[in-house]
Design a protein. Structure first.
Length: 747
């Protein structure tokens, strides 16, 4: 009988065991581990491996690198100072952590990201790179995920009984694994919303499940809904919210009128974009016997209908803002309120909340009053019509706005016709518009002298056909009629805020604040604009606002205007809501709140409620409670802004898909180590030329010169240069536009 050979024990050495054990213990520094738990983490269970772990634990304990807190239970000895911050993922898998403890962002190499995702709150330790001496970090723990729900395209692997969701955008480098029974019956190629369930230590991808199927990727409605879903923004109201809104009593009641200041006899009108559907502000104008003008800024009294503690109010708070996408508005309030009861439509009585001022010819405020009112709008103007009155000093002799063109008396001159509707005005309204324009210009001039910054950035608008296809691009600029409305809205916002902030004892209020510009960003802007021949003189007198205003005036109408306007805006701190009143730098106001748009902004509703509370003599509310409301509203505004930008980018790509064979002149708007960004002058669409695709040489990024430079030829493509490009790839799903660089533009 053959003797059975004994099986030799395994002596495979576990590689890099010291660092692996330290990494496990440091990652969860508050926990203790025994050798079995560490073996489980490493995925080993043979005797040799366990012995190696036991031996290594003893060695690390002897060196005081770990401590034994209980028999056989070990914990890391932490000598490194740990910090927290927000991870900003880059396209290549690496990223940066924005950390308050350091003046610069901390670079994180891809092998040190350790499953952090864009926006996550993370813990990290920081060290200096050996060669460059620059700060670098390693993420050691995920404190809080920025989000757990993602939008992406599902790829079904039928034979393998699973699927992957490829997440939209370029900041998430891993797919999400979904078992076939958790796909919600999505079809291959569908856009879905997937929630991340867990991410096992040894797994390359997190596990998830599909919670919503949005439709086929690439279809218009699917992509728009994907944008909203990506930021957690709803596009439908829950049934119970709609039902609640539909059951509100919308009648104007005598007993409610009796509680308000009745201003229905005052000449009142609205001025809004011609395609506006909700009108939440109106102006009234009366010439007083003492030579002053009584001007009312009347705002829809949304708080009358939006009662605290109701499902309607809860929904409005959660949304916090309306979202303005290219082809639609996602409102904060159901349509019955936003376009109906709270819309100050012509020839209708409405409940309003008003700021009423007595003003002299120098635009000085001589008296003010705040409170609830009832008003009647005599007329509705589009900005274009009000502009026509201002430019032509129009004062017709016949009354009324005629909305039915068939009934127009052809002998009466018509100044403006829009959308098949002919509009006429009265001498009284024309004179009111002209006087309001004069006063607005004086108020604006005073603001500018006080240090306000004039950002009149060109706004890109798409002309859409009935199927929401982009058929043209036009630019929206601010004219006198727009600035007229802006100045009186600013006046109301400022004076309401000022009124509350001076109350004794102090009262909690919701302010819109804006801090001073970032000095390092100003220095960067100075460097960029000098390449276009412009100067920013901050040293003589330190008048930052004056220097910026001069720059913004100098670039108007020039090829670099949009680029400079964008860079100048980026130097500014972000405006936000808070109960701490630090003023508004950009407007040069010591006190400022949002009061004038409660149909579309929840902070304005809060301002109305608090103002009425204090007018009624009630005590102040909790600052801590309202600061949380402010943070929520600021965050929702930020998400809405990102969604709006994404919808614009999406529409730009759709527009450029139909112009793939055309050459365009563009301006280089950005330069990075992976390519240059180019904004087309004629339509403001921005795309990228990858550095590896630039022909004629091997190009390298030069950070100091904001340029890419050919290694042999020294040809330079620099920020602000005009170039000729063609569309190389227009990817709707990834919302990415790639250009082919033809060469420099020669006039």
């Amino acid at each position: 009988m053959t003797k059975k050979k004994k099986r030799k024990p395994s002596h495979n050495k576990i590689s890099n065991l010291t660092n692996t054990i330290l990494s496990i213990l440091k990652k969860e520094r508050t926990k203790t581990f025994n050798y079995k738990q560490i073996a489980s983490k490493l995925g080993v269970n043979d005797a040799s491996s366990r012995n190696q772990i036991i031996k290594k634990l003893a060695q690390l304990k002897a060196k005081d690198e770990i401590e034994e807190v209980d028999r056989g239970k070990f914990k890391a000895v932490v000598n490194t100072e740990y910090h927290t911050g927000i991870f900003d993922a880059a396209q290549r898998g690496n990223g940066y952590v924005i950390c308050d403890a350091f003046e610069t962002d901390i670079y994180i190499a891809s092998n040190n990201v350790n499953k952090a995702l864009d926006g996550d709150e993370v813990e990290l330790y920081v060290y200096k790179r050996r060669k460059q001496g620059k700060l670098e970090g390693e993420i050691t723990n995920i404190i809080k995920r920025a989000k757990t729900e993602y939008v992406g395209t599902i790829q079904i692997h039928d034979k393998k009984n699973f699927a992957f969701v490829v997440v939209d955008g370029n900041k998430m480098k891993t797919d999400i694994f979904v078992p076939i029974n958790k796909t919600l019956k999505a079809q291959d190629g569908d856009k879905v919303v997937v929630t991340m369930l867990d991410w096992p230590d040894k797994a390359d991808s997190p596990n998830g499940k599909v919670i919503k199927v949005l439709g086929k990727a690439g279809e218009h409605n699917t992509e728009i809904h994907s944008i909203l879903a990506e930021y957690g923004l709803p596009y439908e109201f829950p049934t119970e919210v709609e039902e609640y809104a539909n059951n509100i009593n919308l009648n104007i009641l005598p007993e409610e009128i009796a509680k308000r200041r009745d201003m229905r006899q005052d000449l009142t009108f609205t001025i809004d974009p011609k395609d506006a559907k909700d009108f939440d502000d109106a102006l009234s104008f009366t010439v007083l016997d003492n030579g002053l003008y009584e001007i009312g800024i009347h705002i829809a009294d949304v708080s009358h209908y939006l009662k605290e503690g109701t499902v309607l109010d809860d929904e409005a708070y959660e949304r916090a803002t309306s979202v303005y996408l290219v082809d639609r508005v996602v409102p904060m309030l159901p349509e019955i309120l936003s376009n109906g009861a709270c819309s100050l439509r012509p020839n209708e009585e409405k409940y309003t909340f008003s700021a009423v001022f007595k003003i002299n010819d120098k635009a000085e405020i001589k008296d003010q009053w705040f409170g609830r009112t009832v008003t009647y709008s005599d007329a509705r103007f589009a900005y274009e019509e009000a502009q026509a009155i201002i430019e032509n000093n129009v004062a017709f002799n016949k009354a009324e706005i005629i909305s039915n063109p068939e009934k127009i008396d052809t002998n009466i001159p018509t100044e403006v016709a829009l959308d098949g509707t002919a509009y006429k005005t009265t001498p009284e309204i024309a004179q009111a518009v002209l006087k309001l324009d004069q006063l607005a210009k004086k108020m604006r001039s005073q603001r500018m002298r006080s240090g306000a910054i004039s950002f009149d950035k060109v706004e890109v608008k798409f002309s859409l056909d009935e199927d929401a296809n982009p058929i043209g691009v036009h630019f929206k600029t601010s004219q006198d009629a727009n600035k007229l409305i802006e100045e009186f809205m600013l006046l109301a916002n400022k004076k309401v805020s000022e009124f509350v902030s001076k109350m004794k004892p102090p009262k909690t209020f919701i302010y819109r604040v804006h801090d001073e510009p970032d000095e390092s960003k100003l220095a960067s802007l100075q460097s960029v604009v000098s390449r276009f021949g412009h100067k920013l003189d901050f040293k003589s007198g330190g008048d930052i606002a004056g220097a910026l205003n001069k720059l913004l005036t100098d670039v108007q109408g020039k090829k670099e205007q949009n680029l400079v306007d964008t860079l100048a805006i980026r130097t500014m701190s972000k405006a936000e809501y808070t109960t701490s009143n630090i003023g508004h730098y950009g407007l040069a106001f010591g006190d400022y709140s949002h009061f004038t748009s409660p149909i579309r902004r929840y902070p304005d509703v809060i301002a109305h409620r608090l103002l009425q509370r204090y007018l009624d003599g009630e005590k102040s509310v909790s600052a801590e409670t309202y600061e949380e409301i402010c943070k929520h509203c600021s965050n929702m505004e930020y998400l809405a802004t990102k969604a709006e930008r994404d919808s614009t980018k999406y529409m730009q790509i759709r527009f450029m898909q139909d112009h793939q064979d055309e050459e365009f002149v563009g301006v280089i708007s950005g330069a990075t180590d992976w390519g240059i960004y180019i904004e087309i002058i004629s339509n403001k669409c921005e795309g990228m030329v990858r550095i590896r695709d630039v022909k004629g040489d091997y190009f390298e990024f030069d950070q100091d010169q904001y340029a890419i430079i050919g290694r042999e030829t020294k040809i330079m493509y620099q920020l602000g240069d005009e170039v000729i490009v063609k569309v190389k790839n227009a990817d709707l799903e990834k919302r990415h536009l790639d250009f082919e660089l033809i060469g420099k533009y020669q006039e």
